[in-house]
Design a protein around this ligand. Structure first.
Ligand SMILES: NC(=O)c1ccc[n+]([C@@H]2O[C@H](COP(=O)([O-])OP(=O)(O)OC[C@H]3O[C@@H](n4cnc5c(N)ncnc54)[C@H](OP(=O)(O)O)[C@@H]3O)[C@@H](O)[C@H]2O)c1
Length: 269
């Protein structure tokens, strides 16, 4: 049973699960046997559709609204989940936004909103999760770890990105947030890792793939020759949350079709 349902009896919170990568992760976690809390902030209907789809394939799920950048709302979200499912075993910090602008025109509002959601939101959700994991401890029938935290970072935790400095700074910040939490919480049997997606087809980057010309341009950055699908990330997230990856903590797994391989050097340099 545990082989094809590696997350059976575990509870997973996926932030920003109403769309794109978060939706795919929530579906994959549901298929792997987890009870899934589907977080959203504005897309209520879409979040309930995800819950419906998970239930349709035999899983358990609930929708929970919270702006991850708001401490009071994050606390209330955890209370709601613990009331319904008793505890939380897995947090996927996926909620994220882009507010693009060239650097000299970037407003403080554009800077702050991206940092608030992508970085502070990830901190707030991780802190609540860690408190619950430590309070509960390891339950060996469910998992070897007391809990697992997965950040959805980006190749831009490494690759600088002109015109997107707020976004790149938020993802660079996530890298050391993730590693520092991993270092601090490993003795308590909490595993903390990131997934760094390359270009995945979602609404956040629609302009980069929606016309054949744009997609051809994008493919020049991807040695493996295809734009990623949200399911590519869902599969990695399930594995990172499962005991199959029990000895992995404090690392980023890049799922990017080779975007980080400096494709310009394949023919130049
Ligand atoms: N797509 C890519 O190529 C790519 C590459 C690297 C990394 N990523 C990362 O992957 C993550 C998901 O992005 P995506 O591409 O799937 O984008 P998306 O389709 O736009 O989804 C973003 C999700 O974040 C939620 N969200 C936004 N602000 C929130 C807030 N304040 N509180 C709670 N939820 C909030 C949205 O909820 P509502 O719908 O309710 O507003 C939505 O569910 C982001 O962290 C992004 O940086 C994406």
């Amino acid at each position: 049973m545990k082989n094809n349902k590696p997350l059976i009896d575990q509870v997973a919170l996926v932030t920003g699960a109403s769309s794109g990568i978060g939706r795919a992760i929530a579906m994959a976690m549901g298929n792997a046997g987890a009870k899934v809390a589907v977080n959203y902030v504005s897309s209520e209907e879409a979040a309930y559709r995800v819950v419906h789809d998970i239930k349709l394939s035999g899983g358990k799920a609930m929708a929970v609204r919270a702006d991850v950048s708001r401490e009071d709302q994050v606390r209330a979200m955890y209370e709601e989940i613990v009331n319904e499912y008793e505890t939380i075993d897995i947090l996927v910090n996926n909620a994220g936004v882009q507010k693009d602008s060239n650097f000299t025109d970037m407003t403080l509002e554009q800077w702050q909103r991206v940092i608030d959601i992508n970085l502070t939101g990830a901190f707030l959700c991780a802190r609540e999760a860690a408190r619950e994991f430590i309070h509960r401890g390891v339950v060996p029938e469910r998992s070897k770890a007391a809990g697992k935290i997965i950040f959805i970072s980006s190749v831009h935790e490494v690759i600088p990105w002109a015109g997107h400095v707020n976004y790149a700074a938020s993802k660079g910040g996530i890298m050391l947030l993730m590693k520092s939490i991993a270092q601090e919480l490993a003795p308590q049997k909490i595993r903390v890792n990131s997934i760094g997606p390359g270009a995945i087809k979602t609404r956040i980057n629609r302009a980069a793939w929606e016309t054949p010309e744009a997609e051809a341009d994008l493919l020049r950055l991807i040695p493996y020759g295809r734009v990623g699908d949200p399911d590519d990330i869902g599969k990695v997230a399930v594995w990172l949350a499962s005991d199959e990856s029990d000895y992995i903590t404090g690392t980023t797994i890049f799922a990017d079709g080779g975007m980080l391989l400096y494709p310009g050097f394949a023919t130049g340099g």
